[in-house]
Design a protein around this ligand. Structure first.
Ligand code: SER
Length: 598
């Protein structure tokens, strides 16, 4: 039995032995890229380096990366689809290309993992107007001993990867598949006109690895412009490879899911609804990792996705007869299980559990209200001799009472009604658009212009940030910052409303810094030196280039692009005007400085 831990290590060791440097898994929430809500692949945090920036660790990198993909959520519960997964990846930033990448993939699969060649199939890009057929990749596979009939050429929809969002690096890829039953596979693949597509069946095979040859940068207008630096980006699904190496036919049999599935089975009264059991297990893991990266259930951006996942888990928990709250207990199991690899989980255990339990308690309440609303809806429909719940109403149930659309559909069926799914989809997409835009805003820099007013407020924001950490605790992290000529607005992670005493203390600390008339200066330094200097700020997951650190005496040391005033006295005084909730687990402060009021 190969464990997940051994597998991660084998992967890292192999690529380190080929000159790669191991880098850390980045946060699930992309630090600065507003084009996607979550990190969906190992390449995602590396986009600036794939575009040509220099990575401090060099041109060959390897890691395992936490990823979230919700595009396949409807498939979750089958043998291989998950909303959270780990990706093993190796990269070349303008260094090696197809020959080395394919050779190492081949060696890792057949020599390190000892998968017999007859259990593998490969696909390459068949070519189109944007990019020629990838004979180069196919020839490398052949040179390594892969028989021609196990190499298939497929169009862009299959053998092209990226960009991760709407724009960015992308290119043709070559994919590797594990075949469960080679004889059957060959019969189907060779025996039909459809070849590979006919064999593309969960019972016959599963995709395990993808080598992407990034040669292009997709533009806003949809065109593909050649990248100056050609890269390799590979990604192997840890759960899938672990599954097949251990002889299982679905990922839920692996050690990664066993502890939560055991618990779910213990709590459930219905045991034959395997899909629901698996959904609860998958979603519990996703929500835990999201919470570990500071996502909190809300109605926008990442929080919206987390909420949807949690409510889906709760509904499926209901379906299998689980009584009472259970997601917190599952989270605890996952935290214990994964903390040696992802220590942020145990470090944030209390916060994670609180976020999960709060949402579960809240939804359990709206669930009852929503059921009453649903009854009203059905009554009205009957009176009107209609049998269809319109899209807006379905969306209202979803949005206001948190009913996932499948739940509304199920309830409708039970009441001999239908749901206008298209109408719902439209309303949903409109909402999603808004969420995306809103979440992009969260990551925008806080400074609207470089006027003296905004410089003063920006400086006050630094002092406030540090004061909040001192008064409320180290869990305080910036979630958003916005400045206009009158006031600053600062969003930060903290669960409870601040007490009047806490607000006073924070104000006093900032005012003390103003009275102390501190000269402000900055230094450019490396990321590591900034961390060593105790600098705070939104610089997680950034590598490479030097960062600017602003020093304000003993009062604040923070990574920031500036600009700031040159002495704290220029602020004149500081006052908190409002402290309120921004979203679950995030508080918002609006504050002014005296000089801006003159
Ligand atoms: N980015 C590619 C993928 O997600 C390779 O990691 O498949």
């Amino acid at each position: 039995m190969l464990t997940a831990k051994e597998l991660r290590q084998k992967y890292i060791d192999f690529f380190v032995s080929q000159g790669h440097k191991q880098i850390q898994s980045a946060s699930l929430v992309p630090a600065e890229d507003p084009t996607v809500l979550f990190t969906t692949a190992g390449m995602h945090p590396l986009v600036p380096y794939l575009m040509g920036e220099k990575h401090p660790e060099g041109v060959r990198l390897v890691n395992y990366q936490k990823c979230v993909r919700t595009g396949d959520i409807d498939e979750v519960g089958d043998a291989s689809h998950l909303t959270f997964f780990e990706m093993l990846g190796n990269w070349s930033m303008g260094d090696y290309f197809k020959k080395e990448a394919i050779t190492w993939s081949f060696q890792f699969l057949t020599e390190v993992l000892e998968i017999p060649l007859e259990k593998l199939a490969f696909t390459c890009f068949e070519g189109d107007d944007d990019c020629p057929r990838d004979d180069e990749a196919a020839n490398v596979w052949k040179s390594l001993g892969v028989p021609e009939e196990r190499i298939f050429f497929l169009p862009k929809k299959d053998n092209w990867w990226g960009p991760a969002g709407t724009t960015g690096p992308c290119g043709p890829d070559t994919e590797m598949f594990f075949i469960f039953d080679p004889k059957k596979f060959d019969e189907v693949a060779q025996g039909t006109k459809d070849g590979f597509n006919a064999a593309d069946d969960q019972n016959l095979m599963v995709e395990v690895w993808n080598d992407v040859f990034m040669q292009y940068n997709k533009q806003e207008d949809g065109s593909f412009v050649a990248l100056e630096q050609k890269n390799v980006d590979t990604g192997m699904g840890l759960e899938r490879i672990l599954c097949v190496l251990n002889g299982f036919d679905n990922v839920y049999e692996t050690e990664l899911f066993k502890p939560t599935l055991d618990k779910i089975k213990e709590l459930a009264t219905v045991h034959d609804d395997i899909t629901s059991l698996r959904i609860v297990s998958d979603h519990a893991r996703t929500m835990t990792f999201m919470a570990g990266d500071h996502v909190r259930p809300s109605n926008m951006g990442q929080g919206y996705v987390m909420r949807r996942i949690m409510r889906r888990a709760i509904r499926h928990g209901m379906k299998i007869g689980i009584q009472g709250h259970f997601l917190g207990d599952l989270s605890e199991i996952i935290i214990d299980q994964y903390s040696d690899i992802y220590p942020e989980l145990s470090q944030k255990k209390e916060e994670i559990l609180k976020a999960v339990r709060t949402e579960e308690e809240q939804f359990t309440k709206t669930l009852a209200q929503g059921m009453r609303e649903f009854e009203k809806v059905t009554e009205k429909l009957r009176e009107a001799f209609s049998d269809t719940i319109d899209g807006q109403t379905a969306f209202h149930l979803y949005d206001t009472y948190g009913f996932p659309i499948e739940m509304t559909s199920d309830l409708a069926t039970e009441n001999s009604l239908k749901v206008d799914l298209e109408g719902f989809q439209k309303a949903f997409e409109q909402h999603q658009e808004l969420s995306r835009t809103a979440s992009a805003g969260q990551f925008a820099g806080g400074l609207s212009d470089h006027s003296d007013e905004s410089k003063r407020l920006h400086t006050a924001t630094h002092l406030l940030h540090t004061a909040l950490k001192k008064v409320l605790g180290d869990h305080v992290e910036q979630r958003g910052s916005n400045i206009n000529a009158e006031r600053l607005r600062f969003d930060f992670t903290h669960e409870e409303k601040m007490t009047p005493e806490q607000k006073e203390e924070v104000e006093k600390m900032v005012n003390d810094a103003i009275l102390a008339e501190i000269d402000i200066h900055f230094k450019e330094m490396s990321f590591d030196d900034a961390k060593a200097a105790g600098a705070i700020g939104l610089f997680e997951d950034k590598y490479g280039d030097k960062v600017k650190v602003y020093f304000m005496g003993d009062y604040s040391t923070e990574v920031c692009g500036g600009p700031h005033v040159s002495n704290t006295r220029e602020l004149g005084g500081f006052k908190i005007k409002k402290e309120q909730s921004s979203s679950a687990g995030v508080r918002r402060i609006k504050a002014t400085v005296a000089a801006n009021q003159e």
